[in-house]
Design a protein around this ligand. Structure first.
Ligand code: MTE
Ligand code: CO
Length: 421
C-alpha cells in the first residue's frame, strides 16, 4: 500500500488529510501508531545473519505459508490411491498454479517410473508401429503452452445444492500450468496414420492403465506429449515422466504416465467413457463424449476459507475464469446476488484454454453481500446459473457443473457457500 504515502510525509495529520481527500475510503494501512513495536523496534531478522545460499538446494515456501497446501475431503476419500485432493485456489494469485499445489486425481495411486525404463509405444492403424524412449521424444521439436486441466467432476458435489465450504473444495479440481512437450501430431506423423485411423487410445502405465478414446482431429490439432510443467520435470503425481495434454477437454483424457497410443477406426467404449464420465439426464438418457469444458468462473477471495478480515472500506475481490473453447474476454461480478452486475478488471496474460485472473475493487459498506461471478468466453457463451443448468441436465449429474457460484458474506466478513434462486 506504498502509493498512499507517495509525496506525503508519513505524519498522522497528512495521512488523515489524504484519507479524507480519497473519499474516506482508506485503502489499507493505518495511521502511524505510536508505540507499535513492529515499526519502532529492531526485529531479530534485522540483527542476525540469515541462512547461507545452500540452506535449501531446492527451495520451499516460507514456513509462514504452511497453511497453503492441497487438501482432500475425508468423506470423499475412501482410499487415497483412488481419490482426489484440491488446489488451494483461495491462496493463489495470477494464473499459474505452482507445481507443488496442483490438485491430484489418481485411479490407482502414483506410478513411480524410472525415465530410463519408460517407453511410449504407437501401434494399431499406423504404417510403422514405433517405440520411443524419453531421449527419443526429446529430439522432436518442442512447444510451450499454458493450459488449464479441469477434472470433469470439479464442482460435482454441488449439483443438488451448496455443500462444500470453500472454493478449494468446490472448484479446486483444476490447475493451470505451462507445459513443454512435443505436438502429438509430430509423433503420429512419424508412425504414419493409416487412412482408416480416426481415433486414438492413449493408455497410462499406472496400475489403473487408464484409457480414453480421442478423435483424430483433436489428436492432430493441439494435443501435446508433455514432459515439463512450469519449466521443470513433471511431478510424479502429474504423470512423470510424460503425460498427454488435451487442451480444453476434461481432465480424465489427459493420460498420465503415458505408455501407449493405439490408433483405431472407432472409439473403444472403455470403462471411463461408458460407466464413468457420462452424464445421466432426467429422461434416463446419458450424455456421452462430453469432452469440452464449458466456461466457468469462481470468486476465490473473499470465500469461505478466505473471509474479509477488514472492516468497511476499500476491498479487493478476485477470482479465476476459464473456458475449454477459447479465451475469457469478460467476467461480470455482483455483490448483491445479481441485482447489479459490474464488469471485472482482467489482469494477466489471456491464453487460449488457460485460466484468466479477474479483480473487482470496491468500497464495502459493511453490510451482508451475495457474491457471484459470471464468465463470458470468446465464442460468446455465458456461464449459466445453477438453476438454468439443472433445467437442462436434471440433478443426476456429477460431471460438468459450471453453474454460477454464490458466496454469502456477513457483517463480520465471514463467507459461506449458499445458493440463491
Ligand atoms: N491418467 C492415469 N494414467 N491415471 C489416472 O488415474 N486420472 C485422470 C487424468 N489422467 C488419471 C490419469 C483424471 S480423472 C484427471 S482429472 C487428471 O488426470 C488429473 O490430473 P492431475 O493429477 O495432474 O491433477
Ligand atoms: Co478427473
Amino acid at each position: 500500500m506504498t502509493n498512499i504515502f507517495k509525496g506525503m510525509k508519513p505524519s498522522r495529520r497528512s495521512f488523515l488529510r489524504g484519507a479524507v481527500a480519497s473519499g474516506g475510503a482508506l485503502a489499507g494501512g493505518a495511521a502511524f501508531a505510536e508505540g507499535d513495536p513492529a515499526i519502532l523496534e529492531k526485529q531479530s531478522w534485522n540483527q542476525y545473519l540469515g541462512d547461507g545460499v545452500d540452506a535449501a538446494p531446492y527451495g520451499v515456501p516460507s514456513k509462514f505459508e504452511a497453511r497453503v497446501r492441497r487438501q482432500n475431503v475425508p468423506w470423499l476419500t475412501a482410499d487415497p490411491v483412488s481419490s482426489v485432493n484440491f488446489t488451494p485456489l483461495h491462496e493463489l494469485d495470477g494464473i499459474i498454479t505452482p507445481n507443488g499445489l496442483c490438485f491430484e486425481r489418481h485411479h490407482a495411486g502414483v506410478a513411480e517410473i524410472d525415465p530410463a525404463e519408460h517407453r511410449l509405444m504407437i501401434n494399431g492403424l499406423v504404417d510403422r508401429p514405433l517405440v520411443f524412449t524419453m531421449e527419443d521424444l526429446m529430439r522432436f521439436p518442442r512447444e510451450n503452452h499454458v493450459y488449464f486441466l479441469e477434472c470433469a467432476a470439479n464442482t460435482g458435489m454441488e449439483w443438488a445444492g451448496s455443500q462444500l465450504n470453500g472454493c478449494q473444495f468446490t472448484h479446486g479440481m483444476i490447475h493451470n500450468v505451462m507445459y513443454t512437450g512435443v505436438p502429438l501430431r509430430l509423433i503420429l506423423e512419424e508412425a504414419g496414420v493409416k487412412t482408416a485411423g480416426k481415433w486414438i487410445l492413449p493408455e497410462g502405465a499406472d496400475a489403473s492403465a487408464m484409457t480414453r478414446s480421442i478423435p483424430m482431429e483433436k489428436a492432430l490439432d493441439d494435443c501435446l506429449v508433455a514432459f515439463k510443467m512450469n519449466g521443470e520435470a513433471l511431478r510424479p503425481e502429474q504423470g512423470y515422466p510424460v503425460r498427454l495434454v488435451v487442451p480444453g477437454w476434461e481432465g480424465n483424457m489427459w493420460i498420465k504416465w503415458l505408455r501407449r497410443i493405439e490408433v483405431g477406426d472407432q472409439p473403444w467404449h472403455h470403462r471411463e467413457e461408458t460407466s464413468k464420465y457420462t452424464d445421466l439426464l432426467a429422461n434416463g438418457q446419458a450424455r456421452r463424449f462430453t469432452w469440452e469444458m464449458d466456461a466457468k468462473s469462481v470468486i476465490t477471495n473473499p470465500s469461505p476459507q478466505a473471509p474479509l478480515t477488514h472492516g468497511p472500506g476499500r476491498t479487493v475481490l478476485t477470482g479465476v475464469a476459464w473456458s475449454g473453447r477459447g479465451t475469457i474476454p469478460r467476467v461480470d461480478v455482483t455483490i448483491d446476488g445479481g441485482m447489479n452486475w459490474h464488469e471485472a478488471r482482467m489482469s494477466g496474460p489471456s491464453f487460449d484454454k488457460s485460466m484468466h485472473r479477474f479483480y473487482y475493487e470496491f468500497d464495502w459498506d459493511g453490510k451482508p453481500m451475495l457474491l457471484q461471478s459470471r464468465a463470458h468466453d470468446s465464442t460468446g457463451y455465458v456461464q449459466p446459473t445453477k438453476d438454468q443448468l439443472r433445467q437442462v441436465r436434471g440433478e443426476n449429474s456429477i460431471y460438468h457443473n459450471n453453474g454460477i457460484q454464490t458466496w454469502a458474506v456477513n457483517e463480520e466478513g465471514v463467507a459461506e457457500n449458499v445458493e440463491i434462486s
